[in-house]
Design a protein around this ligand. Structure first.
Ligand code: SF4
Length: 442
């Protein structure tokens, strides 16, 4: 395959993109204004091969990486615009930081998930579920392009107090040695595959030794297949990265590649198809996931097509998420009822091999909560829910109920059904020792 040089576009140079000449003055202004608050980055592969410029600004992949005016509340937009064009740099910086703090920068109690070792808080680790540790390598806290809906946007804006990251492989390994119930390590970000292969290797290879026999699954969460598939084809260390995946397999462990695809367009190029095949040839398995996003994929046909194409390429559909309550959520959100309807219509349109997917699921404070349906119990219309994951593993898979709410878009907006004061997991916690829902209890 021909080598293509990676070129990224950020606020400083985005006007170099020739295709932008088709945008209106207001659309260009929106990139400048919204881009002050939420991170912006795209690249030549996304611009040239994924976006259909005849369909801009509605094009789903354009909306996926380019800021649009409606992604900020009106008052925030006009405040930032005024300061930006007044060249008031200190005023702009102050206002932008205030707005960012209003946008719920670290949703779902993520800061509660940061554990400590020997009295030191490990700011590059999250340990929410007993079996799985998330690791945020410092060198992978960027992405090949930024998604406009990203729930990890504080990783990219230079506010270090909001960021999860660390580079000390030794601390990760020490933590894992003292937590032998952990079976899975998930490398996440940002996108850990923006780091060089030798850096990733320094974290992963020690986990292949006997000392870490309890670690069964090495998971990598990445959107690189979608935003820069050449990472697995022609980048200088592409082969080194794939050799590392092979080593994981040879060590008797599972390399689970969690690929992030939001739309079938991302699965359509020759480059992504070849990259998928090269990864699969190492023995790794690719599971796919995405949030449900208005303006991008809020249509059951899109999801059905996406799952079918993923399976045709040998991937395993894994999760449909509800977009988290942070950043530009108001632009992307759909009601929980609509999310469930889209999921089930898509689910029933595909064959059993695609029905490995779970959802729609909310990664909320107490755990991953799946909407199983809407029904009537004792004359009351309710949401039927269950934990797919929970801080307290004993509570996984027990159905529970929330009062039906037509407008709700996130779990926090729901109330227990049948006039109850608490959800069942809250009662459990209170019986134990008045713990907060966000406490890690294992
Ligand atoms: S690839 Fe993931 S971490 Fe990176 S911007 Fe998109 S959603 Fe955020």
């Amino acid at each position: 395959m021909e080598t293509i040089k990676y070129r990224n576009y950020i606020l400083r140079n985005y006007t170099d993109i020739p295709q932008l000449s088709s945008l209106s003055k207001d659309e260009k202004e929106a990139i400048e204004v919204v881009g002050q608050v939420l991170p912006f980055k795209s690249n030549n592969y996304v611009v040239e091969q994924l976006i259909n410029w005849n369909n801009v600004p509605e094009d789903p992949i354009f909306t996926l990486t380019f800021p649009r005016k409606e992604m900020l509340p009106k008052n925030h937009y006009s405040q930032v615009k005024k300061l930006l064009y007044a060249d008031d740099e200190p005023g702009l910086k102050k206002k932008v930081n205030e707005i960012r703090m209003e946008l719920n920068p670290n949703p779902a109690g993520q800061s509660y998930n940061v554990p400590a070792l020997d009295g030191i808080r490990l700011h590059g680790i999250q340990h929410k579920y007993r079996e799985t540790v998330l690791f945020f390598p410092s060198q992978g806290q960027t992405c090949h392009a930024y998604c406009t809906f990203c729930f990890r946007w504080p990783q990219f804006i230079g506010m270090n107090e909001l960021k999860f990251a660390m580079k000390e492989a030794g601390l990760l390994h020490k933590y894992l040695l003292t937590h032998t119930k952990v079976t899975d390590v998930l490398f996440t970000g940002g996108d850990p595959l923006t780091a060089k292969a030798n850096i990733i290797s320094a974290y992963i290879e020690p986990l292949l030794t006997k000392e870490f026999s309890h670690i069964r699954n090495i998971r990598i969460g990445s959107k690189t297949l979608s935003y820069w598939p050449y990472r697995f084809l022609t980048d200088k260390d592409a082969d080194d990265l794939l050799r590392l995946f092979e080593k994981v397999k040879k060590a008797g462990k599972h390399l689970a590649f969690q690929a992030h695809f939001n739309h079938p367009a991302e699965l359509s190029t020759d480059a992504v198809k070849q990259a998928v095949e090269r990864i699969q040839n190492t023995g790794a398995q690719i599971r796919t996931q995405s949030p449900l996003l208005r303006h991008i994929n809020d249509d059951h046909v899109i999801w059905g097509d996406m799952w079918k194409e993923q399976v045709a390429q040998g991937m395993i559909p894994y999760y449909m998420f509800i977009a988290r309550d942070t950043g530009s959520k108001a632009f992307f959100e759909v009601s929980l009822e609509k999310a469930w309807n889209i999921f089930r219509k898509a689910y029933r349109s595909v064959s059993g091999v695609c029905r490995t997917v779970r959802g729609p699921s909310m990664s909320a404070d107490p755990g991953k909560i799946q909407i199983m349906g809407i029904t009537e119990v004792r004359g009351e219309k309710v949401f039927v829910l269950r934990f797919l994951q929970c801080r307290n593993p004993d509570l996984v898979d027990i159905p529970f109920f929330a009062a039906y709410d037509k407008k709700a878009t996130w779990f926090d907006e729901l109330k227990p059904a049948f006039g109850e004061k608490y959800f069942f997991y809250q009662k459990n916690n209170q019986l134990k020792k008045n713990e907060k829902n966000t406490d890690i209890i294992f």
